[in-house]
Design a protein around this ligand. Structure first.
Ligand SMILES: C[S@@+](CC[C@H](N)C(=O)[O-])C[C@H]1O[C@@H](n2cnc3c(N)ncnc32)[C@H](O)[C@@H]1O
Length: 254
């Protein structure tokens, strides 16, 4: 590692931390890349600073990008390796949870969606570094991906710490809503699940109420304990640091 640790700063990388896990000691670096290519797809329906119209991203993104111009079905054909099931993660932040699951289940296709450019760049870097061929990424609004996906194509959708939009006048922006659950119901296979995690009690209560009222969903687990094999997320770690307690809900597609 000594040669690598000396090399990366010379290439303009900045060390961001050291972590130990899964039997490895890792040193994380980051580097802000110069704009290279224009985004192909406009990003609609987003708010505030995360709007990325006209921004650019590293060309490695192209290798892993989900192609919404291509026919969606059969969805498994969008992956570089044969996959038996496909899952979607909405708003993956820095991609740590997505990368963990892509690594642990190489025969499951994972679609990760994130409109925030620096989070996407971090995920692209990690996916490329590990050569994870079962991942497809989309820089933009997950609602566009949901519109594109074939009926019943997913066995799971992860919505982990979605933006809560605290003000009442902004509640229509919440990802979980009547429309949101309609879209999720269409793309989930029967028995498929939505995993929802949040540290905001009012959003948890909102999601329970919406799931209970929606004919296509039944409430599964509603727990203070995360799902088995849960690696945590970057936002969750922040919630714990700030003294908030998460809740983990499983909504089952009837
Ligand atoms: C509070 S962060 C949580 C990030 C990550 N899931 C975690 O737990 O660390 C919410 C994320 O959702 C993303 N997001 C917001 N609206 C979105 C949308 N319409 N489609 C996809 N992602 C969205 C944001 O950019 C942000 O990264």
């Amino acid at each position: 590692m000594a040669a690598n640790l000396a090399l990366y700063p010379r290439l303009g990388y900045r060390e961001t931390g050291r972590v130990t896990g899964d039997g490895f000691r890792r040193v994380n670096f980051e580097k802000t890349l110069a704009p290279r290519i224009a985004l192909k797809a406009p990003v609609d329906g987003l708010y505030g600073r995360r709007r990325v119209h006209g921004h650019t991203i590293d060309p490695t993104y192209d290798r892993y990008a989900l192609d919404l111009e291509a026919p969606a079905a059969p969805l498994v054909r969008h992956f570089e390796v044969p996959v038996g099931a496909v899952r979607l993660e909405v708003g993956f932040g820095g991609g740590e949870h997505l990368v963990h699951h892509a690594r642990s289940a190489p025969d499951v296709g994972l679609i990760g969606v994130e409109p925030f450019e620096s989070g996407m760049m971090r995920a692209v870097r990690d996916v490329a570094a590990e050569g994870l061929a079962n991942v497809r990424l989309y820089l933009g609004d997950a609602r566009r991906v949901l519109e594109w996906l074939p009926d019943g194509a997913l066995d799971r959708v992860d919505i982990l710490y979605p933006d809560p939009w605290h003000k009442k006048k902004h509640w229509k922006r919440r990802f979980v809503s009547v429309d949101g659950l309609d879209r999720l119901a269409r793309v989930l296979a029967p028995g498929g699940v939505v995993r929802f995690a949040s540290d905001i009690p009012s959003y948890v209560a909102w999601t329970r109420a919406h799931a209970a009222a929606h004919p296509a969903f039944a409430m599964g687990e509603d727990s203070a304990t995360p799902w088995e094999g849960w690696p945590g997320t970057r936002y969750e770690a922040k919630a714990f640091r700030e003294g908030r307690t998460p809740r983990y809900l499983t909504l089952v597609r009837a």
